[in-house]
Ligand binder design. Structure first.
Ligand SMILES: Cc1cc2nc3c(=O)[nH]c(=O)nc-3n(C[C@H](O)[C@H](O)[C@H](O)COP(=O)(O)O)c2cc1C
Length: 172
């Protein structure tokens, strides 16, 4: 069985890229084929049976590479199983509680509603002060967001595992 999955991502400082890579690894471990690519580098969705798309969250929005990918590929994505994820909240505890119930960018909700993704996940992110510019540092301080790496690899791997299970089951 040859199931090829695209994991496309948008990342400013690399935390989301590593999440996408972890998802790709977990899919491969489950026996699927996975390409992990920057969202703006993807040329053609034809080879892919399913797509996972994720972005870092900045001020309640997705990075433009991921937002453009979702909008410009609406038709192709509607015909494929699609999973979406965001990487954002820093701090301990439930990521949705940390964002006061933010789950997905408002601006993209209409397109997501038309495509009907299988799931929209929100994962903890990582904020590295050594990489941020002074305005970004000030902004995080202002909203009292903790800095550090809060990525929950167990939750990410489990989510990827459930994607693999679904695709393997549906392709039987
Ligand atoms: C200026 C700034 C704004 C941010 N805004 C949000 C936000 O609105 N919601 C959120 O959950 N996380 C927010 N974050 C946290 C980032 O989304 C998080 O650090 C993410 O994992 C970074 O991913 P990247 O390294 O792939 O760019 C913000 C971080 C910075 C520096």
């Amino acid at each position: 069985m040859d199931i090829q999955v695209l994991v496309a991502y948008a990342s400013k400082y690399g935390a989301t890229k590593e999440i996408a890579e972890k998802i790709g690894d977990a899919l491969r471990q489950a026996g699927l084929r996975a390409d992990v690519l920057l969202a703006n580098r993807v040329k053609d969705l034809t080879p892919y049976k399913a797509v996972v798309l994720g972005s870092a969250v900045y001020i309640g929005g997705w990075r433009k590479e991921a937002a453009s990918f979702l909008k410009s590929n609406e038709k192709a994505l509607t015909g494929r199983p699609l999973w979406l994820f965001s990487s954002g909240p820093t701090g301990q505890g439930d990521p949705v509680a940390l964002t006061q119930n933010w789950r997905f960018p408002k601006a993209l909700q209409p397109v997501a509603d038309r495509i009907h993704p299988r799931d929209i996940a929100l994962f903890h992110g990582a904020a590295d002060v050594n990489k941020m510019n002074p305005i970004e540092k000030w902004m995080l301080k202002n909203v009292k967001a903790p800095v550090g790496d809060f990525r929950d690899w167990k939750a990410i791997t489990a989510w990827a595992g459930s994607i693999a299970d679904t695709l393997l089951r549906e392709t039987k």
